[in-house]
Design a protein around this ligand. Structure first.
Ligand SMILES: CC(C)(COP(=O)(O)OP(=O)(O)OC[C@H]1O[C@@H](n2cnc3c(N)ncnc32)[C@H](O)[C@@H]1OP(=O)(O)O)[C@@H](O)C(=O)NCCC(=O)NCCS
Length: 332
């Protein structure tokens, strides 16, 4: 490989827990209804982990599925990057948990904490290592178990989340017009709060000496209304920017895979950008918001379901806590 190198998608996999939690389940905890949740979010059910499952166990299964799809073994991997905000431990990282379970060589392994944009950041890290020819095959994972953080007395947030993991293998290629074509990543910590109130907040168990009294439990908290506005704005910007970028590249976006949060966020962005709804992958009804796992699970389902084929250019868009947001354009 003497010419320029890009990172191509070689295989995908995912894993979700067996336990299905329908909307009605929440009516025994908070004042809500299946009808409200369906119409205001598009979510019908989600999966919750059992007592012996973690982001790590889901990540291991998703990774095995991705390796099988790629036709590679754990021994072929040169690096593992895992996006999660619900790691099994602060240390060892969830990437090291996966590395040990798969029986990899002593390859570098790290996890990144970027909330719902995490998988795109992880793809970008892998892409950079591949482009500089430091590595050939990288396992990139998004895995989260937000059910472990929900406050079952807060109807504004508890109904939104589900658990899961998605993984891909990225491999170096010199085939022109394939692989990751463009990556745009953003973060704005100052926009993540109104006054002292974070728009999306998951407390640190270990490091924060004095959490605010109302947040002393380990629950996720969010300002849904403000996050909704932020998400629509960023999804419009990212999609419009990618449409322009693809025009410059001379390719057409065959499939848009957005972070799965709320059908109304997706609809609002499509209305503004004019992007056709039949070219958008949405599986939110079945899984809710699985944070870092949402984009790679949807990507895996799109490929296995035949909605994205070799040669297609796809756009991944995500936004979330931090605040963070970003996009990746990828030709399969
Ligand atoms: C959370 C979200 C679904 C709320 O939908 P919304 O249409 O914005 O609803 P609002 O916050 O304006 O609340 C409308 C009413 O519904 C109520 N409500 C909120 N959750 C409810 C629930 N689960 N069931 C029934 N009623 C509910 C509110 O209390 C409010 O009642 P009020 O008018 O009497 O005060 C929506 O804002 C959202 O999806 N936000 C982004 C989610 C997010 O932050 N994800 C994580 C990061 S990507």
């Amino acid at each position: 490989m003497n010419g320029s190198i890009t990172a191509a998608l070689r295989g995908t996999g995912c894993s979700v827990p067996d336990r299905v939690v329908p909307n009605d389940w929440f009516t025994s905890h908070v004042e809500t209804s299946d009808e409200w949740i369906r119409t205001r979010t598009g979510i019908c059910e989600r999966r919750f982990v059992g007592p012996n499952e973690t982001a790590g166990t889901l990540a291991v299964t998703a990774s095995r599925n991705a390796l099988a799809a790629a036709g590679l073994t754990a021994d072929d991997l040169d690096m593992i990057v895992c996006a999660t905000v619900t790691p099994d431990h602060m240390c060892p990282s969830t990437a090291c948990v996966v590395q040990a379970a798969l029986g990899c060589r002593t390859i570098p392994a790290m996890h990144l904490s970027v909330a719902c944009t995490g998988f795109l950041y992880a793809l970008s890290v892998a892409d950079q290592f591949i482009r500089t020819r430091s590595v050939r095959h990288v396992l990139v994972i998004g895995a989260d178990v937000l059910s472990r953080t929900i406050d079952l007395t807060d109807r504004n947030s508890c109904i939104l989340f589900g658990d899961g993991a998605g993984a891909v293998v990225l491999s170096a290629t010199d085939a022109r017009g394939h692989g990751i074509r463009s990556v745009k990543l953003f973060a704005d910590g100052s926009a993540g709060s109104i006054g002292a109130d974070k728009l999306i907040h998951l407390p640190a168990k270990v490091t924060l000496q004095q959490p605010p009294p109302e947040r002393q439990r380990n629950h996720i908290w969010l300002n849904g209304r403000e996050v909704f506005k932020f998400a629509v704005r960023r999804m419009i910007e990212l999609t419009q920017d990618a449409i322009d970028e693809c025009q410059r590249l001379g390719v057409e976006i065959k499939l848009l895979i957005p972070h799965q949060v709320n059908q109304r966020i997706i609809d609002a962005a499509l209305e503004q950008t004019g992007f056709p709804a039949d070219r958008v992958m949405v599986n939110l009804a079945n899984y809710g918001n699985t944070s870092g796992a949402s984009v790679p699970i949807a990507l895996d389902e799109a490929i296995r379901g035949g909605r994205a084929k070799v040669g297609d250019t796809i756009l991944l868009v995500a936004f979330g806590g931090g605040l963070t947001w970003g996009s990746v354009i990828l030709t399969l």
